[in-house]
Design a protein around this ligand. Structure first.
Ligand code: MV4
Length: 446
């Protein structure tokens, strides 16, 4: 087992990783920017190294600075958390070259799944259901037109380097294809330096349901059931839950089996997530694979009673997995609390937390790095807390979440707590009646 892990991240996830390391008897090294010198991850780690000024490119994204911090402190592994360098192939390779275990995917895996058309081709070959579309990349505009006609409108034009909706266009009719083609390519070129495109049939009003998997170094892959992440706004998830109110045992089993197939086909090592689009007939299609621990991992931890960070560290150290698939034995929901104003187009609202009261009680978990008197720096992600609530049924879970949200007091900054309170009262949400389009029509003032 590792003796010392450097956590190349900040905020709640750095704290989350430090907590499990402590329980496993592993020493921890925090890295921090000068903006984070008063952060809890710095206080709670055994050692801390300042890696630069506030802007991420000069600190949390600075590969040489982080590698140097690991060398100085003699860390034998680096945990990247999510975001920042967690899916950076160059950094993963750099760790390997320095003899430091990267607790995440290999450079080859990151590149292979990061190219969406390549990932899709791999999944088709593995027998994982995918949305009907072009055979690989489109050659040119003319080829695109031809393929779109053949698939039948509406179609989704996607950038192979894309993700998070960038370089993606929904096209309803042939006359609109050319403009969409040029603007999607331009956007993708600017964002990723790559403008290769592929096409898919548009799946209308889908749900976003993802399967958590874990694979070991010996080719074994298991699934840890699903999370429903359909409540999103502009490709930012707001609330996730497990199990999905839309999934039945049959769908859960079929999606779990498909996710295992996906993981085994690529010899996946570590914790990962296979994202699917699910249509109203309960057909599901591979969308993307995330080769990192995700923000919403706690809802899975709660419903299967399992420490995913511990599993991730064990697998990275070469310990084989149990070989058992897991199914949910209760209901769990996570509300992402962001320092944003939900009444003002979700404008970021960093600043000092003057008053803080965190909710508690049975089935209530908070993963957060905030404390009274803490100042949220403006340089990073606006998520300041994850409120995770668990109960025997979805109905009880919603009641408990509403109670916990009503106790949660944060003064000094605006947060998304009022949004979640409103969501808990929404009849369609309560009925489990929602797709990825839900937030487009949701009005916090009604
Ligand atoms: C789609 C789709 C409908 N049909 N593909 C959005 C981000 C990227 N990961 C893929 N996305 C979508 N791909 C086809 N063929 C709809 C979306 C989509 C979406 C997916 C999941 C969660 C929220 C979404 C919001 C808008 C569009």
């Amino acid at each position: 087992m590792f003796k010392k892990i450097l956590i190349a991240n900040r905020g709640e996830i750095a704290l989350r990783i430090i907590r499990t390391c402590k329980e496993m008897g592993i020493s921890t090294v925090a890295v921090y920017s000068t903006a984070d010198k008063d952060s809890l991850h710095v206080k709670f780690a055994d050692e801390a190294v300042c890696i630069g000024p506030p802007p991420s490119p000069k600190s949390y994204l600075s590969m040489p600075n982080i590698i140097a911090a690991a060398e100085i402190t003699n860390a034998d592994a680096i945990h990247p958390g999510y975001g920042f360098l967690s899916e950076n192939a160059i950094f993963s390779g750099m760790c390997k070259d320095h003899g430091i275990k990267f607790i995440g995917a290999s450079a080859e895996m990151i590149d292979g799944m990061g190219d969406k058309a390549n990932a899709k081709a791999t999944m088709i070959a593995a027998g994982v259901p995918c949305v009907p579309g072009s055979e690989g990349l489109l050659k040119d505009l003319k080829d695109g037109h031809k393929v779109a006609k053949k698939i039948g409108y509406p179609v989704m034009l996607k950038a192979t380097a894309g993700g998070g909706g960038r370089g993606m266009r929904l096209i309803w009719k042939d006359e609109d294809f050319e403009d969409a083609w040029h603007s999607a390519r331009q956007e993708s070129k600017a964002a990723f330096g790559n403008d290769a495109m592929y096409l898919e049939k548009f799946v209308e009003e889908p749900r976003h349901i993802e399967i958590q998997i874990v694979g070991d170094q010996y080719g074994k892959v298991c699934h840890l059931s699903e999370r429903d992440c359909s409540i999103q706004r502009r490709h930012q998830k707001l609330l996730e839950e497990a199990p999905s109110p839309f999934a039945d045992d049959d769908l859960r089993k079929r999606m779990g089996d498909a996710a295992i197939k996906a993981g085994e086909a690529i010899n996946y090592e570590g914790v990962g997530t296979v994202e699917f689009l699910v249509d109203k007939h309960k057909n599901f299609f591979f969308m993307e694979m995330n080769v990192r621990i995700q923000v919403e991992h706690p809802v899975t931890e709660e419903v299967i009673n399992f420490d995913l960070i511990k599993e991730q560290i064990k697998v990275a150290a070469g310990i084989p997995i149990s070989g058992k698939n897991y199914f949910p034995s209760k209901h769990s929901m996570e509300c992402r609390i962001n320092a944003e104003d939900p009444f003002n187009d979700y404008r970021p609202n960093p600043g000092k937390i003057e008053v803080l009261h965190k909710p508690g009680g049975h089935g209530v978990r908070i993963d957060s790095h905030i404390y009274a008197g803490y100042t949220i720096p403006p340089h990073y992600d606006s998520m300041i807390a994850k409120l995770i609530v668990s109960a025997q049924t979805r109905e009880e879970c919603i009641v408990k979440m509403e109670r916990a949200l009503s106790e949660f007091t944060i003064e000094g900054i605006k947060t998304t707590i009022p949004l979640h309170l409103k969501l808990m009262k929404d009849p369609e949400f309560r009925a489990g009646n929602f797709t990825t389009k839900f937030m487009e029509t949701f009005d916090i003032n009604k």
